[in-house]
Write a protein that binds this ligand. Sequence first.
Ligand code: ATP
Length: 340
Amino acid sequence: MRSGRVNLREVHKAYGSFRALDGVSLDIKAGEFLTLLGPSGSGKTTLLNVIAGFERPDLGSLLVDDVEFITRPPHKRDLGMVFQNYALFPHMDVFSNVAYPLKLRKVDRPSIRRRVMDALEIVHMQHLADRRITALSGGQRQRVALARAFVFEPRLLLMDEPLSALDKNLREHMQIELKRLHRQLGMTTIYVTHDQQEALTMSDRIAVLDKGRIIQLDVPATVYDRPNCKFVAGFMGETRFLPVERRDQTYVLDGRPLRLADTRAASSTGEAWLMVRPERLRWQGDADRDNRIEGRVLDVVYRGDCNQVSVSLPGGHEVAIRHSGAERQPLPQPGDTLAL
Ligand code: ATP
């Protein structure tokens, strides 16, 4: 039964005059881990709710394994769902929560026992099967919610910010676990987050949304390294932008010609943005002679794994560079002049 191919075509959804989804088309492969990433209000949850059947689009189609799903009620869509707030039954123990979808589907008792315990083992909760939900930590509850979502081997696993209530360490741990789980189970997974790091860590592909549209759809490394517009570039990583000018075949920053690895078509007026990320800037010693630029250190912030140095450039622009301690140069101080 399980395949889980999803095809959305020109999906529109408005609330009054507000366009929450403005013509979304998206093809998700069977078994893929696809993340909907975007700022607050960009339409991620609305799109997930259209796939789940909680929202009916005004226009457009949704095919799952070539079958039209728009008119099908949520409980007949064969979906597992995980939300930020777990949505578990607090009065039941762990086992009964995970068993619930199997009971609904009238699975026989011995199979329920076996499948629930298998699912609990996958999320490392088998030893807590008898525990009440109210006696679990946030991370444990989220694991139970996950087990309940995949125990009946749904065609699609939908997750809406499932880790955002957890603290940073646990969240990062769960990201890796979820990724492993996905590899193990191979279910088509559609994951909503506004956290770009989470999206980069977990996804086979990322769909970046803004104002109800998909702006870019690609594998994480491409979305990060080759964003197709300024919005995506700015949303991923700690990006700064410097205005450059195109003269003949080269780009010029503050009067200096640049040698660039990747240039996108600038507008016909010859103005463009140079995308600069802290981890791609180098210190004086290693600095590419073609692309050397001097600035003044504004501040130095200790971040544990590095110091982040903010540098003001001629023209009032600011970039950041990381000092990991492995550089030959000593840690600069505010006011120092630095060649990048
Ligand atoms: P967040 O990360 O904040 O959850 P999101 O990208 O998931 O954001 P959606 O929840 O899809 O965004 O909402 C998209 C827009 O649609 C928002 O501006 C929201 O206010 C609006 N919206 C969503 N549901 C409704 C509704 N039932 N009635 C009116 N407006 C709505």
